[in-house]
Design a protein around this ligand. Structure first.
Ligand SMILES: Cc1cc2nc3c(=O)[nH]c(=O)nc-3n(C[C@H](O)[C@H](O)[C@H](O)COP(=O)(O)OP(=O)(O)OC[C@H]3O[C@@H](n4cnc5c(N)ncnc54)[C@H](O)[C@@H]3O)c2cc1C
Length: 477
């Protein structure tokens, strides 16, 4: 095995949702930036994960640019659930009538082009094996690939692995899951089906909404051995395995939430190995049921499954600040906010810069799924609502852009990320269109949903009902 050594000013570990935005942001500011991923393509869950439908369009910064570039190819379009909240649809919120479906293969190309045009260098097919550290400071990462093993040295490293692989290797403190009880969301394999006839499905579901009757018969026959009814809270996640579906960009396709495995940890290789097999057994039993019993699915064919089972949540590095469920319910803004929790194209609450900076480790910034958040805070126990999980892709793009911009400014100013002037960072993010003025937020909030409610009214109602719910459980005062 050969041993190599590469240097850059900014190293972005993980080329998924947040990592691409981070690399583009840093490289556009003129920094020598290298983006590293284990796969041969970019995008993470957005592409290889088969997400292929966003519950609402991104309205800020680089995320918006990515989806606008995809739309320009003709391979992304608004694709509302039809009829809205159709019982077997995955998306239930009213704002999900703003769904944007897109082609994952085209998304890979668009991302590749945007990253290359930004000037960032790419290192693909490279598994990140750890952090290079000097006491409490990260100086880069180690990777293993076909060329051997390499050190990729950087002045600032951004951990965009979703699992905080770099931070954990550097010894940074973390907790697991989005609640203080460290409960992890379930994992799901997302599957793209083709040869679907939606009009037949809609027609059938008029007499059997939610496919309840057909499901009951199939369970009685023993045909759905993994079936579990949908749960109403977010403990572990909403609960599958009712077959859940969404329209996609092509008329005869459907996104199928294939198999969902609970009680597994995405940083445990035995769990990951078991979950892959179990998810496939689940998805094939559900697909067999759909083909046999539901008109419109007879010719359904699996076009692709996610490159690996979708892991919703693992490590969150403990940051200088931590965002809590209370911050979301109260829609808090922060003096040092540099990104947003986006729902329906609107920022519900801000994300302070401290959520991106590990408490003790230097030379490292977090972005994406592993930033410092516990939406299910101590006051609320493990009960989460659909509104306060913090992982939607438009949110993750804002975290990537914030981290990439912060890394660039820190290198330029020759300061540690924790010493960066957050106000200077915010000014730069405003210039890039990643942060909104209050007038812009009001404009976005006044968009009307099909019910006639504005987005603002929608989420005010949603947050109020969540507060009632938690009050009734004695978890909110
Ligand atoms: C099943 C499922 C359903 C979801 N549903 C929705 C939804 O409906 N709407 C929505 O908006 N969001 C949804 N999400 C959430 C969303 O996909 C994630 O929150 C988002 O992708 C997180 O972005 P990220 O950049 O942190 O991680 P990712 O997009 O996962 O990117 C991480 C990247 O790091 C790379 N990487 C990781 N470890 C290493 C390593 N050691 N070496 C090299 N490379 C590495 C990976 O290859 C990947 O490219 C869902 C997620 C899952 C799993």
């Amino acid at each position: 095995m050969r041993f190599g050594h590469t240097k850059a000013q900014v190293v972005v570990a993980g080329g998924g949702v947040a990592g691409c935005a981070a690399a583009i942001a840093a490289a556009r500011l003129g920094l020598d930036t290298i983006l590293v991923d284990q796969y041969g393509f970019l995008g993470g869950m957005f592409t290889g994960g088969n997400m292929t439908v966003l519950n609402s369009p991104p309205t800020a910064g680089i995320g918006k640019e990515i989806v606008d570039a995809l739309a320009a190819t003709g391979d992304a379009k608004r694709c509302p659930d039809d009829p809205p909240n159709y019982p077997i649809f995955h998306y239930h919120s009213e704002y999900c009538t703003m769904n944007v479906a897109y082609d994952a293969e085209m998304a890979k190309i668009v991302l590749h082009r945007l990253v290359r045009e930004s000037g960032a260098r790419l290192l693909l097919h490279s598994f990140i094996t750890g952090a290079v550290t000097d006491k409490d400071t990260v100086r880069g990462i180690t990777v293993a690939n076909k060329s051997g093993q390499q050190i990729v040295e950087g002045q600032v490293t951004i951990d965009a692995t979703a699992d905080a692989d770099v931070a954990a290797s550097a010894g940074a403190a973390f907790r697991k899951g989005q609640t203080d009880k460290q409960i992890l969301f379930a994992m799901t394999t997302l599957v793209r089906l083709s040869h679907i006839h939606w009009p037949s499905i809609s027609e059938y579901s008029k007499s059997d909404p939610g496919l309840d009757r057909a499901i009951a018969k199939a369970i009685a026959r023993g045909d759905l051995p993994f079936y579990k009814p949908r749960r109403q809270d977010m403990t572990n996640y909403w609960g599958h395995a009712r077959p859940e579906l969404s329209h996609l960009v092509y008329e005869d396709e459907a996104l199928f939430w294939g198999g969902t495995v609970e009680g597994v940890d995405g940083t445990d290789i035995a769990d990951l190995t078991r979950a892959e097999g179990e998810a496939r057994e689940q998805l094939i039993s559900e697909l067999t049921f759909l083909r046999k019993d539901i008109p419109g699915f007879q010719k359904a064919k699996i076009e692709s499954s996610s490159v690996s089972i979708g892991v919703r949540d693992t490590r969150h590095v403990i940051g200088v600040s931590t965002l809590t469920g209370a911050d979301i319910l109260e829609r808090r803004s922060f003096k040092d906010e540099v990104a947003y929790n986006m729902k329906g194209g609107v920022p519900v609450n801000g994300l302070p810069y401290g959520c991106f900076v590990p408490q003790k480790t230097d030379g490292l910034l977090m972005s994406g799924n592993c930033i410092s958040v516990i939406p299910g805070s101590t006051e609320m126990g493990s009960h989460l609502g659909s509104f306060n999980n913090l992982k939607d892709i438009p949110t993750m793009w804002t975290t990537g852009e914030a981290a990439g911009t912060a890394a660039a400014l820190a290198v330029r100013a020759n300061v540690a990320p924790r010493a960066l002037d957050a106000e200077a960072l915010r000014e730069q993010l405003f210039r890039q269109g990643a942060l909104f003025s209050p007038e812009k937020v009001r404009e976005l909030e006044s968009a009307r949903l099909p019910s006639g409610r504005t987005i603002r009214e929608y989420y005010d109602d949603e947050l109020t009902s969540m507060k009632h719910h938690w009050r009734s459980m004695g978890e909110w005062s």
